[in-house]
Design a protein around this ligand. Sequence first.
Ligand code: ATP
Length: 355
Amino acid sequence: MEKLVLGIECTAHTFGIGIVEVTKKEVLFNEKNVFRDDNNGMDPRKLSEFHISNFDSILLKAKQYLASINKSFSDLSLITFSQGPGQGNSLKVAGLVAKTLSLKYRVPIVGVNHIRSHLEIGKMHTGFEDPLFLNITGVNSQVIAQSEHDKNYVVYGETEDIGLGNLLDSVAREFDLGFPGGPKIEEIAKSGKHMMSIPYTIKGMNVSFAGMISNIKQKKQYFENKKEIELLSGEKIVYNKYEDFLADICFSLQETVFAMIQEVAERALAYTNKKELVLVGGVAANKRFVEMTKAMCKTREVTYDALPLPLCMDNGVMIAWAGYVRYLELGDKSRGQGDLSGLKPMPYITVENNI
Ligand code: ATP
């Protein structure tokens, strides 16, 4: 029998709803609104005002979609929402919308860990059993895998300061490229010719990106003052055209940060002995990153896959699927049943569905 699960993502900039038919692992609906403020970043008050004013447009689309397949919210088997980690004001919107739907339509509800949802959707989409994950988002840069003995997710390596996506966004802001910075940098990097020397910092399976921003700011000052800039080869160059300088900055930045991620991923593969690798998170949209990751996996005879863009960025589908996985886990533990036949509210948050 078909089982529809609706997931609500709202941990930061995105309010998204996804609907998945979980028995066939079929993504039916995936819509979102994304908050943007190029000048001020994510002001918490503006962020919550945005979500409160706009969530209903996505909810309406979900309702219309369900009507188009002769269903309604009452036909859902489960409602799931991003419970954390995230921005407090955004999380409240996710929780409130989910709880209200659950109460009104008497559908069970379960809260989901946002980071785990990036991983679970990676497993669902690829069909991999036990992969190493590179979770490279705006906020996070992590190498994660399930431990052999208890199957809990273990973070084997991560950034010691900012996430890779946020680094790309900060560099893009420095050069007035707009937000999000990753896609702009990717495009400009294609014209880069010279590899500059950018700090490459790895500590075990951790990486550090923070020093790169001041290094790049310094290079910008050198360009403005017509000073020589050192390349990785040791050669020195004075740039006359801003476009050439910017292209080499974007090219060198990408090559450096993606190589750092490959190095820690290789270390983690050697340590965990995993034979599959999945790229998840928004930065996985970058074609050069994918190309480098594929090449590294080929050398190590590891099977590689990545997610399509709509499932890489924050979205409701990943919350729907991860919520279903969580529901099955909780069901196994609390009632000894691994399906949705009970249709009782889970003990994750207190909601009286059956009154
Ligand atoms: P988290 O999901 O961990 O809370 P987040 O919501 O900020 O973090 P995502 O939505 O997964 O992250 O990804 C957004 C990031 O992906 C942004 O920093 C953006 O610049 C980056 N990004 C998007 N497209 C590309 C691309 N083509 N190349 C590089 N980076 C990209």
